[in-house]
Design a protein around this ligand. Sequence first.
Ligand SMILES: CC(C)(COP(=O)(O)OP(=O)(O)OC[C@H]1O[C@@H](n2cnc3c(N)ncnc32)[C@H](O)[C@@H]1OP(=O)(O)O)[C@@H](O)C(=O)NCCC(=O)NCCS
Length: 147
Amino acid sequence: MKWLFDLFWPPRPPLVADATIRDVAAIARLHGASFRRGWSDGEIEGMLLDRNVLAHRAMIGRNLAGFIISRMAADEAEILSVAVAESYRGRAIARTLLRHHLGRLAGLGIQSVFLEVDEGNVSALRLYRRAGFVEVGRRAAYYPKDG
Ligand SMILES: CC(C)(COP(=O)(O)OP(=O)(O)OC[C@H]1O[C@@H](n2cnc3c(N)ncnc32)[C@H](O)[C@@H]1OP(=O)(O)O)[C@@H](O)C(=O)NCCC(=O)NCCS
């Protein structure tokens, strides 16, 4: 009955903004819930203080619904992480975040954006393909299956 609920109470769109030091704990929690290897608060704080790192958050009300972080070097950037909280997935929040983030990167003079994704990560592959990313290489056994 989720569709009926959504018809009468449509989900609120996310508010996308720069991530700041105040988001460290929430990003660490969401990253830890989304990936096998979590990032410590210190690692995230270091990234957010790095002027070569660009980070955005998507808020739904007071909740961190998602984030995206990339590191820039010369005219290239690498997306280090993107995650959306499980309860908010499938609502185009990652698409909104990625579009906003790529627009900011372009505005900063970035010409090429790279990222790595597990070939079994269907939603991430769809997200990146729709945004225009193409495969440029493969790493064998990059992601451990155990642990
Ligand atoms: C990948 C992730 C960020 C996508 O977030 P999201 O907000 O649910 O994504 P969106 O709603 O914007 O949808 C993006 C695409 O994935 C598709 N998708 C979403 N959930 C899906 C699911 N469960 N199964 C298949 N496809 C799915 C959407 O249909 C959309 O594709 P489309 O534009 O071709 O229709 C989210 O699943 C996540 O945080 N996963 C764990 C962390 C992760 O794997 N990050 C990526 C590392 S490279």
